[in-house]
Design a protein around this ligand. Structure first.
Ligand SMILES: [Zn+2]
Length: 327
């Protein structure tokens, strides 16, 4: 008998990191209605960030001309190691957080059920629901942006490891003589193939006197350099931009090839902002390099694909988790 008009049928998916909080309002069929962004400001401390996340959720609901009583749950993807069962964030080095009762604190602020998950795991759930046909059961997700995140699906379930740290593919060492990584190690995949690594390599080449049209586009300091600028430069046949992006793709292929040997996945999906902007340049190289580094028996059936969701994968996945939380 109940009509659809009063049903609290919306969910909100949130993805946050050290820089940004991103919230999307979705219908129960996972159509994105609207999104809102806010800076995280982690230096203000966990309480202030939790307040900001709650505010970002309320903002997106208000921007879509709805009220909070129309929302039935909120899902949150957060950086670091999380225990979705207990609702606690165990550790998030780039936020400086340890042992934060993330779920409980957000439920208190929003007066709604909240589901939490590691951000890369949430992104893989988003890609899985939105983009992967045939619902494969063994999937590897690699998400390349400022950093590199990874997520594993084994036998149809997210795999988090013994203490919720699994999937940190960005810190696999690819080159023992490589550049220093934010984690303190050297030669990590993230230090070689993330957007941060690409920008560092371009700046180093400029310091050595190499030329790029990126300086014509953005000035000598390359202020505000974004993945889309690399794309434009490569389309204009810029040798330096092409070389640095191709190197990143080759390193990504080495990492993916090793991961295929470890996991024997059905599908490897590459996502994140860098892949979204540079898919056509990077994917053929990543695939070729990955297949050449993987053992023959593992390469027959594996599909290596790009995700077109880009930075939106996290909010989609968080929305799926919110929906599951109230089923
Ligand atoms: Zn590292």
């Amino acid at each position: 008998m109940a009509g659809p008009s009063n049903k609290n049928d919306y969910v909100v998916g949130v993805d946050f990191g050290a820089t940004k909080i991103y919230a999307g309002l979705f219908t129960s069929n996972l159509n994105l209605v609207g999104a809102a962004k806010m800076t995280t400001k982690p230096l203000r401390g966990a309480t202030a960030v939790l307040d900001r996340i709650a505010r970002c959720v309320k903002d997106v609901v208000d921007e879509c001309d709805l009220t909070m009583d129309k929302v039935r749950a909120v899902g949150v993807g957060a950086p670091g190691a999380l225990d979705p069962e207990s609702g606690r964030l165990i550790v998030a080095p780039n936020l400086g957080w340890e042992n934060v009762p993330l779920q409980k604190e957000l439920e208190k602020r929003l007066d709604l059920p909240v589901a939490i998950e590691n951000d890369a795991n949430a992104a893989l759930v988003g890609v899985y629901e939105e983009e992967l046909e045939g619902k494969p059961r063994h999937v590897l997700g690699v998400f390349i942006g400022t950093g590199i995140g990874g997520a594993l699906m084994v036998n149809g379930d997210l795999y988090s490891g013994y203490s919720h740290f699994a999937g940190e593919v960005g810190h696999m060492v690819i080159d023992i003589d490589g550049p220093k990584c934010g984690c303190g190690n050297v030669g990590c995949f993230e230090a070689l193939a993330s957007r941060t690594a690409i920008f560092r390599e371009i700046k180093a080449a400029l310091a050595q006197g190499q030329k790029t049209i990126l300086t014509d586009m953005l000035g000598d300091k390359l202020e505000g350099l974004r993945s889309g600028d690399l794309r434009k430069a490569i389309q204009k046949d810029d040798k330096l931009a092409a070389k640095v992006v191709e190197d990143a793709a080759d390193y990504t292929g080495i990492a993916v090839g090793s991961l295929i040997n470890l996991l024997n996945p059905e599908v490897v999906v590459l996502g994140g902002g860098l892949i979204e902007a540079l898919s056509d340049v990077m994917m053929p190289r990543i695939t070729k390099s990955a297949l050449s580094h993987a053992l023959p028996g593992t390469t027959d059936s594996v599909q290596i694909k790009d995700s077109l969701l880009g930075d939106k994968a996290g909010i989609f996945g968080a929305a799926v988790l919110a929906r599951r939380r109230t089923k």
